[in-house]
Design a protein. Structure first.
Length: 1217
């Protein structure tokens, strides 16, 4: 039958084990071997230094065969490698070679080294090109500048990474070709140590063992163990120099018996005739198992476990080096030396297994083969790294006052499974005391003697934080009471499937017993009661729970520190601590419990034992619950003085004394979680009685809604400290009279004072309950309020009574005002006023020739008039309502006594006269008046109101003198300077007044200008001459600004150089006039000047010009020289390569001729234009008065200008160089 290979389903390895070297390397560097250990090493490794361990594994999707595995030996030829097409790419530190996915058993790579002085290497990958998937490695030292060849033999690879190589050539021999090579010969049958036959299973129980001498399966397994069981155990010394636990070899026959008795019955269903090999992994079963047990007690819950037969076989076979041989998944040979028929030399191995029903795509009956070339020597297993030891769990004392117990978790980084790291699947844990010379093994013992390695498994699923760690746990151990903790160490050694143990790695651990549970404060309350004074009695009540399960208490100490509080959220004062002196202003109470067995006795307090629910008292003892037993303590506090504070706080600490262990406990709660409660002041705050009014106070004038308002005021003792809210209560006259049994309405003839006295008498006659019931709660205001605005019912004529109570910040309400007969002194009274207003005044106004205004005022009114208010405005819109006319111009008292009566109304007539002045103006004054009544008439409960305004009266108050005209200002206009414009201004108006209009005229250069009405003059901004000004004089006006009206006269004179005289005449509506005259000087033209460039010369840093001019250099002339220079060279720059010049360079400057200095013709290289008046210099042109330096290189264009005093251009000249 043709063999097939699938390394993802079935693979094998063959590893050389030089046990003598393995033993020597097991000793840590620098440590001496124990006495006799080296002799024992030689004895154990005699004839075992050439062992070859062959082992194999099956994928769960393939399952295990129904018969033994066959081990073959042979020497497939390397010469049959063939060239193969491959691809190469740079990957990480080398060249990745791929050949299309074929599984290669032999790989030959020829190449040139990149660096002849560095080592070269070839890493073969099974699938992915990662270090975790490396199956074989071949390296060589620095080869020098020669062609190199590296060869790898492996169980199957699909790619290789060439390090320090190039120009590679790849040849391979596939696994399929190697496993079907003709040189293979069977050497041994390896399978389960089953009976012959094995019950009803389909397993082939024929003889097994070496092909040359087959024996029953049980004996064959014993032979494999005797031939191949590891001769050495773990290293003799731990990392810290302690002796490792004694190693004991298991007995081969007992190991096989253990497999037969314990394992084979569990996995027999794998080989049921009806179960295909490919479905073996689906088999599982649930079985009942004993529940968790602790301290002799077992959980009553049903417990079960799910087992999978295939996992029960594969796990020990792949992790335990002894069970790997005993279960038939491994065997051992020797290269040379022994005479037991198991000598294989340097041959390679092939492991085959026959399957009847396999997974797709293979046919049902097929022989799977795994090629295993000899590798090694394998001498060392990596030790665990990043070792830590931490507490894994705590077991509380049971019964109380016994030691705590703890379990310790020792963990380390999980080792990857690679060709370099090997197949590490198990390990062991040892423990030693701090002063011990030898460690003690914590691994379980085999039934067949020896130590059973502990299987390694990750602490979490892939992708979780625990997936990279492995841990062993040391079970519960006592922590001696008051011992200061356990001082122990742990040592870990790992073992691979070949039986090679790693060096020990040690980690120290220190663990102390947990502190005792402190007492817990469950509830805390401080209550105070009012006893007629600010010194109030109080009671402190607290509930606490004490633990009795771990440690039994003998006493409980309670410290209560009382302190005054400034506010409800104020923290306790600094220094409040049970171990420190009590701060000033605070006081302390010490309370507690003592226990006689289970029975508590209160110290400074009464005590009640509570049931588990904490609600009902019960007899003390275990019946109070398995957890904390609860107690209620009550202690009276003599007094809390609320004279200077509204609140008292108390902070409480508890600690207990225990029968055993650390005692007493620390005070609890801690500073971060203080136990604080407060007691608020129960003392009420009573408002002070209001002062007695002289009569019945009246409310305000009705508002826009027709309602009158009353202001209720009150005072509080001590400024109202501690008041949270003030409550305003109200009762109407009708309601109180009905409550007292009186008629609802008082007689109409009774004055308000008589009615109020009757109300007071009725209120004092009521009981306190009736008094309070008569009032309704009207407003609730903040404690800082001292008055309230109350709106009386619209149209009410009742007297309304008000009173105020308070609620303190601690929620205490003040008592109701009383008792009789003085309760009415706490009441405030008010009634809505009756409003009366005078009739609108009659106004008579006259104006005297000197501008004096006289106003006579008359008003008929049944309410007394106190004064008249006179209003005046020149705005018709404002005069529509006296309230928009501004403040009154006069307040005129009435003349008493009043005259009258008015013939129509019969009311008294009030009269007043005002004489005064109004500012003169050409607009009419509009006058109105209002009669102002007295504020109140208390006897009648009347409140006076202003009258409506009088009708509007119009008067004119003109200025007393002639009109005003500003001095004339003249200037010339036009290019020929013959035009003259004269401007002025006036306060007159350009409109028709009640007295007429203003008129403007004049004389322009002996030419009369006709008088014209100002409203008829055109209004212009005056920026340009009007069109008609060239032929005749033109008058204009401008927009009025700040009460002044601009006026202009435009005229054109025949001679610009001759002076011109212009006059303006203004006539007001009253016929009064004013005239102004101005003389305009003739135009004087600006003289012409010359400007020449006499000579131009170039210097190293620029151009120097010799400039001549006849312009004066005096300060009064104010002549300036402007210089502008522009570089005009735009040709490319010369080599090394043509490139354009930068943009145009420009410089400019302006120089006042009077400020040019005299000096030598030298200029600084500062990049600026300079002008000097040169000293007498040989060769300098006599006509050149100035030297001008321009800091630009030739070619350059230069412009010179003479500027007048106002910056006007006088002459311009341009030159270049």
């Amino acid at each position: 039958m043709t063999r097939v290979s699938a390394f993802s389903l079935f693979r094998a390895e063959a590893t050389g084990l030089p046990w003598a070297q393995i033993g020597v390397r097991a000793l840590p560097v620098g440590q001496h071997a124990p006495d006799g250990w080296l002799d024992e090493l030689k004895k154990r490794t005699a004839e075992r230094n050439n062992d070859v361990h062959v082992w194999w594994a099956c994928s769960p999707t393939l399952g295990v065969p129904r018969g033994p595995f066959t081990v073959w030996v042979g020497s497939p030829s390397l010469k049959q490698v063939k060239d193969v097409d491959f691809t190469s790419s740079q990957r990480g530190g080398g060249l990745l070679l791929r050949w299309g996915g074929d599984e290669a058993a032999f790989i030959v790579v020829d190449f040139d080294p990149i660096n002849p002085n560095a080592a070269v290497g070839l890493f073969a990958h099974r699938t992915a090109a990662t270090m975790n998937d490396v199956v074989a490695v071949s390296t060589a030292p620095a080869p020098g500048p020669v062609h190199v060849q590296l060869v790898i033999k492996c169980s199957g690879a699909t790619s290789a990474l060439l390090v320090n190589g190039m120009n590679a050539k790849v040849r391979i021999r596939t696994v399929e070709d190697v496993i079907n090579d003709d040189t293979w010969k069977p050497i041994e049958l390896v399978g389960l140590p089953c009976e012959q036959p094995w019950g009803a299973t389909a397993y082939d129980s024929s003889d097994q063992g070496l092909v040359a001498a087959p024996v029953p399966p049980f004996e064959a397994a014993v032979q494999r163990l005797k031939r191949g069981m590891p001769p050495l155990g773990w290293p003799p010394m731990t990392q810290t120099g302690r002796l490792a636990p004694d190693w004991v070899d298991p007995d081969p026959e007992l190991v096989v018996k253990e497999v037969v008795q314990s394992l084979l019955p569990e996995i027999a269903e794998l080989y049921d005739p009806g179960v295909p090999e490919r479905l073996q992994f689906t088999l599982s079963s649930d079985r009942a198992v004993p529940g968790p047990t602790q301290d002799g007690r077992t959980s009553a819950l049903d417990t079960s476990a799910t087992t999978q037969p295939l996992a029960m076989l594969a796990l020990p076979a792949q992790t335990d080096p002894v069970l790997n041989l005993a279960t038939g998944f491994g065997t051992t040979y020797t290269r040379e030396g022994r005479q037991d028929g198991a000598v294989v030399g340097h041959q390679d191995f092939l492991v085959t297994a026959d399957y009847e029903r396999t997974p797709s795509p293979w046919p049902d009956k097929v022989t799977f083969a795994a090629y295993a070339p000899q590798t090694g020597p394998h001498e060392i297993v990596p030790p665990p790294t990043a070792l830590t030891a931490e507490r894994n769990g705590l077991v509380p004392p049971n019964p109380a006052d016994t030691p705590w117990r703890e379990s310790i978790r020792v963990s380390w980084n999980r080792l990857p499974t690679t060709a370099a790291m090997g197949r590490v699947g198990a390990g062991t844990l040892a423990r030693y005391d701090a002063g011990a010379a030898q460690a003690t093994s914590l691994a379980p013992k085999r039934d067949a003697d020896g130590i059973r390695p502990l299987t390694l498994s990750p602490d979490g699923a892939p992708g979780t934080p625990g997936s990279g760690r492995v841990a062993f746990v040391d079970g519960a151990a006592d922590i001696p009471i008051l011992s200061g903790g356990r001082q122990v160490g742990y040592a870990v050694s790992l073992v691979d499937v070949h039986g090679v143990w790693s060096a020990w790695r040690d980690i120290a651990y220190t663990g102390n017993e947990p502190g005792p549970l402190p007492p817990r404060l469950i509830a805390l309350d401080l209550a105070s009661t009012y006893a007629g004074s600010p010194a109030c009695p109080a009671t402190l009540t607290l509930e606490t729970a004490l633990d009795w399960t771990e440690r039994r208490p003998t006493s409980l100490q309670i410290v209560a520190l009382f302190f005054p509080m400034a506010s409800a959220s104020a923290p306790p004062p600094a220094g409040l601590d049970p171990g420190l002196p009590t701060p000033a202003g605070c006081f302390r109470r010490d309370l507690g419990l003592t226990f006689a067995g289970d029975v508590p006795t209160g110290v400074g307090a009464t005590v009640a034992s509570l049931g588990p629910d904490g609600a009902n008292p019960m007899a003390p003892g275990p019946g109070q619950g398995d957890g904390g037993r609860r107690y209620r303590l009550t202690s009276g506090v003599p007094t809390l003085d609320f004279t200077s504070t509204q609140r008292w706080g108390v902070q409480v600490w508890l600690r207990s004394t225990l029968a055993v262990g650390a005692s007493p406990t620390a005070y609890t709660p801690d500073a971060a979680h203080p136990a604080v409660t407060t007691a608020a002041s129960p003392v009420p705050i009573v408002p002070l009685p209001p002062p007695a009014p002289p009569g019945v106070p009246m409310g305000s004038t009705p508002d826009a809604q027709g309602s009158s308002h009353v202001r209720v005021q009150w005072s509080l003792p001590a400024g109202g400290t501690g008041v949270r809210s003030c409550i305003v209560w109200e009762c109407s006259e009708t309601a109180l009279r009905q409550r007292a049994g009186l008629p609802p309405r008082a007689p109409e003839t009774d004055s308000p004072g008589v009615r109020l006295a009757a109300l007071w008498t009725a209120y004092d006659a009521l009981t306190p309950t009736q008094q309070r019931a008569a009032f309704r709660r009207l407003l609730t205001l903040p404690g800082g309020a001292r008055d309230a605005d109350v709106t009386l019912p619209k149209g009410s004529t009742d007297i309304h009574l008000f009173t105020v109570t308070t609620q303190s910040e601690t929620g205490i309400e003040s008592p109701w005002p009383g008792p009789a007969p003085t309760g009415h002194i706490h009441l405030q009274a008010a009634t809505a006023p009756r409003l009366r207003r005078p009739t609108p005044p009659l106004t008579r106004v006259s104006v005297a020739p000197d501008g004096t205004v006289t106003v006579r005022l008359f008003s008929a009114s049944r309410v007394p008039v106190a004064r008249f208010l006179v209003y005046a405005t020149r705005s018709e819109a404002a005069a529509r309502d006296h309230e928009s006319m501004g403040p009154p111009v006069a307040v005129v008292p009435v003349v008493l006594p009043a005259g009258g009566p008015d013939p129509v109304t019969g009311a008294p007539v009030y009269e007043a006269t005002w004489t005064g002045t109004l500012p003169p103006a050409w607009d009419n004054w509009l006058v109105r008046a209002v009669a102002k009544a007295v504020d109140t008439v208390p006897v009648q409960a009347v409140r006076g109101q202003p009258s409506a305004a009088s009708e509007v009266v119009s008067i004119l108050v003109p200025p007393t003198g002639p009109p005003d005209l500003d001095p004339l200002v003249a200037s010339r206009w036009g290019a020929d300077h013959r035009g003259v414009v004269v401007t002025s201004g006036t306060s007159g108006v350009a409109r028709v007044t009640s007295a007429g209009v203003f008129r403007l005229g004049g004389v322009a250069d002996a030419m009369p200008v006709a008088m014209t009405d100002l409203p008829l003059l055109p209004e212009t901004p005056g920026t340009t001459a009007p069109a008609g000004a060239t032929s005749s004089p033109v008058l204009e006006r401008g927009p009025r600004v700040a009460g002044r009206l601009p006026l202009r006269l435009w005229v054109r004179t025949p001679d610009a150089t001759a002076p011109a005289t212009v006059s303006m005449r203004l006539l007001d509506p009253m016929g009064r006039s004013v005239e102004r005259t101005v003389t305009v000087p003739g135009f004087v033209p600006t003289p012409a000047y010359t400007l020449t460039i006499v000579r131009t010369s170039t210097v190293a840093s620029g151009v120097v010009l010799a400039v001549g001019t006849d312009a004066p250099a005096t300060v009064s002339a104010g002549i300036s020289l402007s210089v502008r220079g522009v570089s005009t060279d735009l040709t490319p720059l010369p080599l090394p390569f043509p490139r354009p010049r930068p943009g145009l360079l420009r410089v400019s400057g302006t120089f006042l001729l009077s400020g040019v200095r005299t000096g030598r013709i030298t200029f600084p290289a500062d990049g600026q234009i300079h002008v000097i008046r040169p000293q007498r210099t040989l060769g300098w042109p006599r006509e050149a008065r100035y030297a001008v330096f321009v800091p630009l290189l030739s070619p350059v264009r230069i412009t010179l200008m003479l500027l007048g005093p106002a910056g006007e251009q006088l002459v311009t000249v341009t030159g270049g160089a």
